[in-house]
Design a protein around this ligand. Structure first.
Ligand SMILES: [Zn+2]
Length: 313
């Protein structure tokens, strides 16, 4: 089985599907629909594969290889006649661009008339600065533009880095409290970098964040065309912290208190952002200890075939 694109019946864009509510949504024209039973069965299987534990390490490499050998591909031609071919396992349309998730990159194909957005994204990404040498490693969790091309149809393609074991957070559906907790910790870290740079990312959500489920890291890779300096267009830096909370809320399996969803976790998610990201991080640290006590690493077994829903036959 293979991850497949679902195109909007209204405008033809690649839709975003929500595995937990079994609906599909078009970012481009706003159309939503509930998947029919054929699609529902398909995505249920996809979802089950995704959450099932991975098989032993022995077959993993081989399975990942064949997974990528059979990936869908798309090609683009630059104004200079160069052909760019991308193999991807996941794609969707955003308001500005069609997004293709390849093995080690994320490619944004900006729609006609959106070249200014591509420029803006590149400017924002390259403006990032880090407060000290030991925080420079945090640059691993922000986009690095590895290619930018003007295409023969006057649209543009911007490609950023991604490590192989990083996957779109959306593909994980709902998660348990402990997993949500490490994702919040990582995002608080990234929000501190945004705060230091005076930047606001108004769309921190499950489509902007990628995670590495093996080493528990999170990256803020997408929607950078919406990023701007704070106080521009009325943007307040609390929007970063609100986005962080909304992302966590989307991942929650339940809003009831359970052993895996302690009251302190829910209290944090429902709280108002603190005055800045540094104070918010301190507050989160306090709530984290209240919620789960001492830090504990819970292994999250995932491999490409689980996450992209495709396995070799
Ligand atoms: Zn549409």
């Amino acid at each position: 089985m293979k991850m497949r694109n679902l195109n909007c019946k209204n405008c033809g864009s690649i839709m975003i599907y929500d595995v937990s509510s079994m609906t599909a949504h078009c970012r481009f024209c706003g159309t939503s629909y509930v998947l029919d039973h054929k699609d529902t069965d398909y995505y249920r299987t996809f979802y089950r594969q995704m959450i099932d534990s991975a098989a032993g390490d022995e077959g993993k490499k081989q399975r990942n290889e064949s997974l990528w050998d059979n990936a869908d591909s798309i090609s683009f031609t630059t104004t200079e006649g160069q052909c760019i071919e991308l193999k991807y396992l996941h794609s969707y349309s955003d308001k500005c661009a069609d997004v293709y998730v390849t093995r080690r990159n994320i490619a944004f194909h900006f729609r006609s008339g959106m070249n200014g957005k591509a420029e803006h994204m590149r400017r924002m990404v390259s403006s990032l600065d880090y407060p000290s040498a030991d925080t420079r490693t945090l640059s691993d969790f922000f986009p690095r533009v590895t290619g930018a091309f003007l295409l023969d149809d006057d649209t543009s393609l911007v490609v950023i880095n991604k490590r192989e074991e990083e996957y779109p957070l959306r593909l994980f559906g709902k998660l348990g409290g402990r997993h949500i907790a490490w994702i919040i910790s990582r995002l608080e870290n990234l929000c501190c970098v945004l705060e230091y740079n005076g930047l606001v990312h108004p769309e921190i959500d499950v489509d902007s964040v990628y995670i590495n489920p093996n080493n528990h890291t999170a990256c803020l890779y997408c929607n950078w065309w919406s990023v701007d300096q704070k106080n521009m267009h009325g943007l307040s830096s609390s929007a970063n912290l609100t986005g962080l909370r909304n992302t966590a809320k989307t991942l929650l399996e339940t809003e009831d208190v359970t052993p895996d969803t302690p009251a302190a976790l829910l209290d944090f998610i429902n709280s108002s952002p603190k005055i800045d990201a540094y104070e918010d991080f301190a507050y989160w640290d306090e709530m984290l200890i209240k919620a789960f006590g001492e830090r504990k690493f819970i292994k999250m077994d995932k491999e490409d075939s689980d996450i992209y829903g495709k396995q070799d036959d």
